[in-house]
Design a protein around this ligand. Structure first.
Ligand SMILES: Cc1ncc(COP(=O)(O)O)c(C=O)c1O
Length: 379
């Protein structure tokens, strides 16, 4: 069989399992309930205005990796702003959340270390662990008894790392950080927390650890993306000065990849300032998220809601999730169907995200539409 025939056959199998994916350009006039642009900053008019005013002075590309000649004053300013925001000693801005996780985990772990990773961590964490030569131990989702039992059993001469999402991207729930921190301290483990979905939302926008009343210490490494609530692109790692200096020297996804464009960093910096100046964006999003949960419940639609802007309707079958998505789209509402391997088998779902740009009317329409579609679905 030639290679293209082989791929075609694989695609046919994917399609038969209702797992085929295509990219969709959302037409105008659709209300998007799937974006991670929680604070509606990707179209921030003030940042657009400043970008137009300053564009002549800003290079369009960085031209090289940060260690060659791609490091710029604007990236330095962004790192300083993030460091202050996250109350950490130092910050490193990198190309994306995916590159942050894969690069960090590979860079700081050795074969004698053990990584304890939540079962539902993001794919970029999983891939980072695959690149690492440390031993991997998976614990049940947010089950800290299971984590502790596993920590107790696993002995090592190296370091222990506990890696978790702050807000789980496909569930919307929040790691029990207070308990996790107690356990981590008991076993002298370093925590890596991926705050891709908590940054800008939880803990006055500063992230999960602040949400639980903690401050950064030398055994906490905070990761975040600039692509979600910040409405831009890129990511960052915040930690001790020595950690960041080590990553500058050893993190392959930072060394062997071109630095972000200064244009992108300019956008991130301005949006980050807006995010801090305008806390009402965050409060409105959280209020609307709760409103959706309550309105849906009144109609006997039981969404999973954990005090974040990510709500889910778990329907199980891929076919049903796709049906609901397609029917909603006909009503000019977009909610993406999330299927395996993004979520476990049998757990296909509608993942609804709330944004600052939504209104109660948008949510009422979503609930009404969901109700009609669910009533008319007969398998
Ligand atoms: C928890 C988590 N970590 C990392 C990423 C990757 O971030 P990025 O899109 O910036 O690569 C995502 C989302 O895509 C995510 O949900």
């Amino acid at each position: 069989m030639n290679f293209n025939k082989f791929l075609k056959k694989k695609l046919e199998d994917i399609r038969k399992s209702n797992l085929y994916r295509t990219r969709l350009i959302l037409p105008d006039g659709i209300t998007d309930f799937s974006s991670n642009d929680y604070l509606a900053l990707k179209d921030n008019p003030e940042t657009k205005k400043q970008l137009c005013l300053n564009i002549k002075k800003i290079s369009l590309g960085s031209g090289a990796s940060p260690l060659i000649s791609g490091y710029t004053d604007i990236q330095k300013q962004l790192e300083e702003e993030l460091s202050q925001f996250k109350e950490s000693e130092k910050c490193l801005v990198v190309g994306s959340g995916y590159l942050a996780n894969t690069g960090l985990i590979q860079a700081i772990t050795s074969p004698e270390d053990i990584i304890f990773s939540d079962q539902l961590n993001h794919a970029s964490i999983i891939d980072g662990i695959r690149l690492s030569r440390a031993k991997k131990v998976i614990y049940r989702h947010n089950d800290l008894n299971d984590l502790e039992n596993k920590l107790k059993k696993e002995h090592t001469t190296g370091f222990r790392f506990i890696i978790t999402d702050g807000v789980f991207s496909m569930e919307g729930d929040i790691v029990s950080f207070d308990k996790l921190k107690t356990i981590a301290d008991r076993y002298r483990a370093v925590i890596i927390i991926d705050d891709a979905h908590a940054t800008g939302i939880l803990g006055e926008g500063k992230g999960t650890i602040f949400h639980f009343g903690f401050k950064p210490d030398e055994n906490i490494i905070q990761i975040g993306t600039l692509s979600k609530a910040v409405g831009s692109y890129g990511a960052f790692i915040c930690g001790s000065r020595v950690l960041i200096d080590y990553l500058i020297n050893r993190m392959r996804t930072q060394i062997f990849s071109t630095a972000l464009s200064p244009v992108q960093n300019f956008i991130s910096l301005l949006n980050l300032k807006t995010l801090q100046r305008e806390p009402f964006r965050r409060t409105k999003v959280l209020k609307l998220s709760e409103y959706l949960y309550k309105q849906a419940k009144k109609e006997k639609i039981y969404l999973n809601f954990y005090g974040t802007p990510i709500l889910t309707l778990i329907v199980g079958e891929e076919k049903k999730a796709l049906y609901i998505r397609d029917q909603l789209l006909k009503k000019k509402l977009f909610v993406q169907a999330i299927r395996p391997p993004t979520v476990p088998e049998g757990k296909s779902r509608l993942r609804i995200t709330i944004s600052y740009k939504h209104s109660e009317n948008d949510i009422n329409l979503l609930v009404k539409s969901l109700k009609e579609i669910l009533e008319n679905y007969h398998g």
